[in-house]
Design a protein around this ligand. Sequence first.
Ligand SMILES: Nc1ncnc2c1ncn2[C@@H]1O[C@H](COP(=O)(O)OP(=O)(O)OP(=O)(O)O)[C@@H](O)[C@H]1O
Ligand SMILES: [Mg+2]
Length: 684
Amino acid sequence: MIFGPNREPCSQPLGFAVDLDRELGGKFRNLWPYRILNEVQSAFWPVCFNTDHNVVIAAPTGVGKTMALEAAICRLLQEDEGTGNGRKTWKAVYVAPVKALCQQRLVDWQRRFGTRFGLKCAELTGDSAGMREVAASQIILTTPEKFDAVSRDWRDNLYLLGSVRLVLIDEAHFLGEDPRGSALEALICRLKIMKSHKVIMDKGLPASKLRILAASATLPNVEDIGRWLEAPPEAIFNFDYTYRPVPLEIHVLGYANASNPFLFQRTLEGRAPEVIGRYSEGKATLVFCGSKKGAEALATKLAGAGSGFGFGNKQVGRGGMQGRSQQRLEAERFSNIQNHKLKDLLLTSDGAVAFHHAGLTAEDRTCVETLFQQGVVRTLCSTSTLAQGINSPAFLAIILGTTFWRGTGTGYEDLPVSAVLQMIGRAGRPGYDDRGVAVIMTSKDKDLMYMSMAEGQEVVESQLPARFHESLNAEVCSNVISDLGDAIRWLRSTFLWVRTHRNPDYYTALLPRGTVCRDADNSIGEYLKAYMLRILAELEAENVLRLEKTVGLSRDGAPIENQETETIVPLVAGRVMSKTLVSFETIKILRAVPSDASLEDLLYACCGCPEVCNPVRKAEKRPLNDLLKRVRFSKGLGIKKCTHPSHKAFVLVQACLGNLEIVDFTLKVCDNPMCLISSVCAEE
Ligand SMILES: Nc1ncnc2c1ncn2[C@@H]1O[C@H](COP(=O)(O)OP(=O)(O)OP(=O)(O)O)[C@@H](O)[C@H]1O
Ligand SMILES: [Mg+2]
């Protein structure tokens, strides 16, 4: 299947191209190195730059959606010029699903908006600088989880949240993925309600004019996202894969399943050389592997296989360097590589094969990326760290297996659509080649599913039900919901509301079986309200919040007859739950611990909470069982072998507290249980 030009006419016929020289003068013009906008950009440009509409753009990778977000920032700068307001009291918040994307945008925007327009950019993620720097910046780059957490205290952080004039959501299709999607949904609903809140309106804060722009991959139901974000029809754009500027040929290869995911991955590694040989045409190749070890193993295997993976291959991409002697000069850079395995690999393969993953130092990673960009490294085996938004010179991108170890829940999971699109989107980037090839290697039973994902046929559904208790409680604690009326308003502002009306079959857990959507009645809305009341009752039963009947008061404070309202009051357990981001399940487990529980029982209960319960990998069983023999508690509970996720947490917490040496790297970084114990101390 080929994704690219030569298409049927699109639903939004264009036939004109915006010329930035004519549209823009002065300092805005130099923001972009190109002059003529492509069809997709020419369609969204007028709405992004000349109006204040909320906008949703769904289009394939590489079409240049980033400039829509930049155009909205420019509009604010232009507005400042018009009003003579040089102080820039507003903030623009860029929300992306992963830190790597935020960091990449930070570097780019610091260079382009920082020097030219004096805009300060700051990253607000797990690794970022303090809130002081964030408060002093105009562009904040963050993840949905982090911004969700910060905006829960919006009334205490009014100086920050009240200034948010623009929210830019990149890769917005992650709305349909758990758990990031539910964080984004909760966050956007809060911002929508905050926008028209009395506190914001009365003070005339920038957030009262909040504008939202979302850029996403091609989706069948982008109109639903548009409706949810309150974008008018003329500001909702959906361009299918045929609009990709560089055609991408996609192959999905299904292989017979092995007895377990580990063995299946080994089978795929064995097939990789053959697949590279068949599809790469001797050009730059990027192979996405499921783990760090997998990336290293495949790179070593390819280097061992000799020529065919870039050795002695003089052909380089358009962006690459010409001539092997120049490449040799580049090869001198290997001397700075700190990772011995990587250095040896580069030396033995004459720089042609390398690996890239989060276990390398930042310097090593940058060095490998540069060598790949320059055409020295020809075959790069990487984990998904390299997939996010980078402009790679790869002609061929291979996804080596679509199952990955998530470390939570059931352990192994299927790659979500956003990851698949990001990875295949690295091949055939504009400016490097005039076409690209992507190969998805998966199991036979999943090849159709991945083909439909690659075509942009995956409908985005709301992930809010998975975190409904937590989201509802967070709004109660942040004062967005103070009574039943507020709760219903909040419910109506959700993407869940939009989607249940469109596709009730998907939400059978919430609605009575067989519910159909009839425009004439509002039964779905009523069912959803009943569902929400049920959740409120469950939260009340665990002392997370309290529902109180109160008499309605007139403006002068006099009681109004027959006007009873139900006020919702947050309790300490609810506040702990919202602040520490723990699940309702955890609160229930902790509340069930009797007040006279032994230390062993208390510890074991904490270790059963979902936040710390990570599945036991096969390779971890031995080191965990060794630790089990040395920790203080185990016999009282009759644990003989570490088989259950809670056993793993129980052993690791004790090993940390007892200062026992943990040799296995993945076990060593599992320090979450310690955080949880501190939150238990704050309980009622
Ligand atoms: N009109 C244009 N002319 C030439 N190059 C362009 C044009 N628009 C964008 N580009 C370049 O195309 C590349 C891809 O742009 P961008 O990253 O914005 O795409 P995207 O749609 O966000 O894709 P992705 O999903 O991969 O993030 C960038 O290097 C950008 O500079
Ligand atoms: Mg992008």
